[in-house]
Design a protein around this ligand. Structure first.
Ligand SMILES: [Zn+2]
Length: 256
C-alpha cells in the first residue's frame, strides 16, 4: 500500500482507492490456473480454493498509516465485494465492520454441476460465446440480488482469459446481453467501473450511456504498485468521447 501511494505521487495522481478483494465463494482450480498467483496456493485444499476472510481492522490501520505518510494524496477505502448476491449475510457483516468508501460488486465465478469455476475453468467446459453470455446473465442476477455494492466491477472480466483458439472477441455479438446488464445497473442507480486491466471496448461505454447510465469511475485493478493507473489516459480519452465529464473533485464519479 505504501508502494502504491508513493507511485501515485510519482505519477501525479491526486488520489488512490484500495479495494482489496473479499471473495466468499470457494472455487475449483486446476494447478495451471495458479501460475503467477503464488500467494493463493496456501488456500488450496485438494482442488478447491477457499479464499480467506479479510482482516478489516488491519486493513483500516494500514490506510490510516498511508494517510499520515501521504497527507497530500486523497486515499479512499474500499472493497471488491465478491458475488454478494450469493453471500448476502457475510457481505452485510463485512460492510458493517468497516468504513468502505468504494464498494465494488464483483463477479468472478459461475456454477457448473454444483461447483464454481473462474473463467479459465469455464472456458475449458463451455464455448467462448457461452461463457460471456452466462457471465452477463449472472451479472444481472447479482445486480438484482444485492444492493450491497454501488459500482459494478470489470464487466468484461472473462475476456482476460479469452481462449487463443477462439475467434477474436467482438462485443457487437453480445450487444443484447451487455445492454441488458447495463440497463439493470443504470435502473438501480449504480456506477460502472472502467477497469483498465481489460481492453475495454468504447462500444460498452456508448451502450452504458444509451441505457441510461449516468456515472462511471476508473479502476486499474493494480495488484502491484507498478500497475497503478495503467492505460488511464487512454480510458479517459474514450470516456470523454462518449460525453462523460469529470466531477468537481478528482475522486468523484464521472458523469454523463
Ligand atoms: Zn475482480
Amino acid at each position: 500500500m505504501d508502494g502504491a501511494c508513493a507511485r501515485a505521487i510519482e505519477m501525479g495522481l491526486p488520489g488512490v482507492a484500495f479495494t482489496d478483494h473479499m471473495d466468499f465463494t470457494p472455487w475449483r482450480v486446476d494447478a495451471d490456473e495458479l501460475e503467477g498467483f503464488d500467494h493463493l496456493k496456501a488456500f488450496v485444499v485438494g482442488d478447491t480454493l477457499r479464499p480467506p476472510g479479510m482482516d478489516v481492522e488491519g486493513y483500516l490501520r494500514c490506510v490510516d498509516r498511508c494517510r499520515e505518510t501521504y497527507p497530500d494524496l486523497r486515499i479512499l477505502t474500499g472493497v471488491e465485494l465478491g458475488e454478494a448476491h450469493r453471500h448476502g449475510g457475510a457481505a452485510a457483516e463485512l460492510l458493517g465492520a468497516g468504513r468502505f468508501e468504494r464498494v465494488l460488486g464483483s463477479l468472478h465465478t459461475l456454477q457448473v454441476d454444483g461447483e464454481f469455476f473462474e473463467p479459465p475453468g469455464l472456458f475449458r467446459q463451455w464455448s467462448a460465446a457461452r461463457v460471456i453470455r452466462e457471465y452477463l446473465a449472472e451479472v444481472c442476477r447479482m445486480i438484482e440480488g444485492s444492493d450491497a455494492f454501488s459500482i459494478l466491477a470489470h464487466i468484461t472480466y472473462p475476456l482476460r482469459y479469452w481462449p487463443t483458439t477462439a475467434d477474436a472477441f467482438d462485443p457487437v455479438e453480445f450487444e443484447h446481453d451487455f445492454r441488458q446488464a447495463l440497463r439493470m445497473l443504470a435502473d438501480s442507480n449504480r456506477a460502472l467501473e472502467i477497469n483498465t486491466t481489460d481492453r475495454f471496448s468504447p462500444q460498452i461505454v456508448r451502450w452504458w450511456r444509451d441505457e441510461g447510465g449516468q456515472a462511471l469511475m476508473f479502476g486499474s485493478d493494480a495488484h502491484d504498485p507498478g500497475e497503478l493507473g495503467r492505460r488511464l489516459a487512454e480510458a479517459v480519452e474514450f470516456v470523454e468521447a462518449q460525453g462523460f465529464r469529470a466531477g468537481a473533485y478528482p475522486h468523484d464519479f464521472w458523469m454523463a
